[in-house]
Design a protein around this ligand. Structure first.
Ligand code: NDP
Length: 669
């Protein structure tokens, strides 16, 4: 008998003797006991905010990203221990792969995106500096800082590992401690992964706690700086978000709940096309992976009127080949639902759908014992007057085919789900895809388009990816998770900061135009990473650009564009006073002016950002360059990236080009 424990204020607390019994979905025999009796939720809250939060915020974003990466790699090492428990939940090895390795991959990707796309500092810089005054002495910038509260993350039964990691990683990256609350039914698998995290010692004390069982009065303790992130049923989401304390405090509440996701077969995707076959394959897979217990599963197949019979036949034929049985058996393609209660729920919901649609397929071969549910396909002849098919979610291997007249009718039907996590479209016609995204985009969190060109690499209708947002409007909960940095920002507070350039530079650790730029005594390219300071600058000598330079550059590179070669034609152009220097010549001369030739700490020039040519450079003009250390980002123990604000000016001190130059610079020692 498994006895998953809670982990509160540094202590493991096991279930009491009368805790909830969890039965095997395969044998219906007891496998675990779980409950949260005796937990002091005040202590849990205090431990998170008093210990975990300060410890996480003492690290900067990149340090936390390295920590989350190490945590994910540790879980990767120990994944087989999780796979050993996986079949107990009713999941096959393939289902478990989505949950276990999908969760680990999600944490790794989020950590890597944080390091690539967020600063090596305490706050996220959201958008550019805004000039708020005529002379530039008063600026503004949006930044995001960690929230000093706790994230309470309530997860669904269907993905006990992914569900924890996809929420945990963004919160930790943001600098927020987390109290994880898994669904009781599969809590032993979450607990196993959580225990590995605690045992690893990779996270600071207080960063994570676990509640197995009910949350007691935890939500009644939350305030303005806390976040609740929930995945589960619409009914529970509504009950929790209506908590008077959360409403009064304005506590952030993110909900991801059941939805009636639709897959649309394009009017061009007739039987015999690759898109028809792809639709059939994905529709059958979505119904049966995880026994259809996926928040993103296809519940409605919206198909052209004339193709409904062909789709029925093809999807049924595919479903008939699915082998259903013990999830521990490697030949099994679909296991049972998670519990007998869930089976009763799916049966009842399917009966509601059957009032409006006729059943066209039922899998003939499922084990008699346990929580097994037969895949069932329904066909609704009149989807316009039907309601249940758009509103009732049978959270299992059940889907309904809905015929449509034209693509706008298809979008209308898809949107009648009242908001979904994902809708897909199978078409090879980009115009149809454009029409569909315009007509249906507002109702679905994600639109997945697949065709013969993307099929080999497409990740599947039902797979939320860490790079893309996961969530949806209306019925889907109105929440949003993941989406790279967007997902991390759900656990940070955005604040608009206004002040002088010096203030903003110091606060953001990024040089703002107008702040002081002390000259480096020696060439800054001779300074290693640690010895360069944001704001330090260098100004080069000047160089005259001659007509023969322009001729030489044109001949050398082959760029003989008329503005550089033909005085009369150049004058006729509204931008040029006559022949002008190539923009790339200016950049090349700029490099020649600022470079320090001897080997030194600058290891490489890795690119430039935001290049703008602001004014033409005519023969006889003299250009010079100013470099200011704009931003520093540690990359490895050996080197870091230095972004320089580069401004090229002419003899009248007018800027002719501006850009951000990126260099890799060796670190000291
Ligand atoms: P629930 O909404 O009942 O449970 C989801 C989570 O909320 C679980 O962790 C549950 O804990 C917790 N919870 C329930 N009541 C409370 C409460 N009063 N206070 C704090 N936490 C609470 O969903 P189920 O897991 O029972 O699934 C029911 C239906 O929800 C499914 O049939 C399906 O329609 C939908 N669903 C949607 C999912 C999605 O990903 N969008 C995923 C799973 C389900 P506990 O387990 O201890 O009750």
């Amino acid at each position: 008998m498994l006895t998953p424990s809670s982990y509160i204020a540094g202590q493991w607390i096991g279930p009491s003797a009368d805790a909830t019994r969890i039965d095997s979905p395969v044998t219906d025999q007891p496998i675990a006991r779980a409950g949260s009796e005796g937990i002091d939720f005040g202590a849990a809250y205090g431990w998170a905010t008093g210990k975990g939060g300060p410890a996480l915020r003492a690290m900067n974003i990149h340090e936390r990203a390295r920590m989350v990466k190490a945590m994910a790699l540790m879980l990767q090492e120990r994944k087989e221990e999780l796979y050993a428990l996986n079949p107990l939940t009713g999941a096959t090895r393939k289902d478990g792969w989505i949950d276990i390795e999908g969760g680990i991959m999600t944490a790794l990707t989020m950590a890597s995106k944080a390091r690539r796309e967020m600063p090596d500092g305490d706050m996220y810089l959201d958008g550019p500096v805004e000039q708020l005054s005529r002379n530039g002495t008063f600026l503004g910038r949006h930044v995001a800082v960690p929230m000093p509260g706790v994230a309470v993350q309530i997860n669904a039964f269907n993905f006990p590992v992914w569900g924890m990691l996809e929420k945990l990683a963004p919160a930790l990256l943001a600098g927020m401690p987390v109290i994880v609350k898994p669904a009781t039914q599969t809590s032993y698998l979450t607990e196993a992964a959580f225990r590995m995290i605690v045992e690893s010692g990779l996270l600071p004390e207080g960063a994570v706690q676990l509640v197995v069982g009910r949350t007691g009065d935890l939500l009644d303790r939350l305030g303005a700086q806390d976040v609740v992130s929930f995945t589960g049923s619409a009914a529970t989401a509504l009950a929790l978000r209506s908590n008077p304390r959360l409403l009064a405090q304005g506590t952030r509440f993110i909900a991801e709940q059941d939805s009636l996701n639709a897959a649309v077969l394009g009017p061009d995707a007739a039987p015999g096309t690759p898109e028809f076959d792809l639709f059939v394959k994905e529709a059958a897979a979505e119904m049966t992976v995880k026994a259809g217990q996926k928040c993103t599963a296809i519940r409605r197949m919206i198909v052209p009127e004339g193709m409904a019979d062909a789709v029925t036949e093809a999807v049924s034929a595919r479903l008939a080949t699915i082998r259903i049985g013990d999830p521990a058996d490697p030949d099994t393609r679909m296991g049972p639902l998670v519990s007998m209660a869930q089976k009763a729920d799916v049966t009842a919901r399917a009966a509601e759908i059957a009032n409006e649609a006729r059943r066209v397929f039922r899998h003939p071969d499922i084990p008699a014992e346990g929580a097994f549910a037969a895949p069932e396909l329904y066909l609704c002849d009149d989807p316009d007057s039907a309601h249940a098919v758009h509103e009732v979610e049978a959270f299992g291997p059940v889907a309904t085919i809905l015929p449509y007249r034209d693509l706008s009718h298809a979008a209308h039907l898809a949107n009648r789900g009242g908001g979904s996590l994902v809708s897909s479209l199978f078409t090879h016609d980009p115009d149809l895809a454009q029409t569909y995204v315009t007509g249906a985009g507002a109702w679905h969190g994600r639109i997945y388009i697949n065709d013969r060109d993307s099929a080999a690499e497409a990740t599947g209708h039902g797979s939320p990816l860490p790079h893309m947002i996961h969530g949806g409007p209306g019925r889907a909960g109105g929440g949003e998770e993941l989406g790279g940095v967007r997902g991390i920002l759900h656990y940070m507070a955005r604040v608009a900061v206004q002040g002088s350039p010096a203030m903003l530079s110091r606060i953001t650790n990024e040089h703002c135009p107008g702040a002081s730029t002390p000259r480096c005594e020696t060439h800054p390219f001779q300074h290693d990473f640690e010895n360069l300071e944001v704001g330090q600058s260098v100004e080069t000598t000047s160089r005259v650009v001659s007509l023969s330079d322009i001729d030489h550059f044109a001949e050398f590179t082959g760029d003989t564009f008329y503005a550089h070669m033909d005085d009369e034609a150049a004058r006729a152009n509204p931008f040029f006073p006559g022949r002008v220097a190539h923009g790339y010549l200016i950049l090349s001369f700029a490099a020649g002016l600022f470079v320090d030739p001897a080997p030194g700490p600058v290891l490489a020039n890795t690119g430039l950002n935001h290049l703008r040519f602001l004014k033409p450079v005519s023969p006889g003009d003299a250009i010079r360059v100013r470099l200011v250390v704009k931003r520093k980002t540690r990359r490895t123990d050996a080197y870091g990236e230095v972004a320089w604000a580069a401004t090229v000016t002419n003899q009248k001190d007018e800027p002719v080009a501006e850009y951000e130059l990126l260099t890799m610079v060796a670190r000291s020692g």
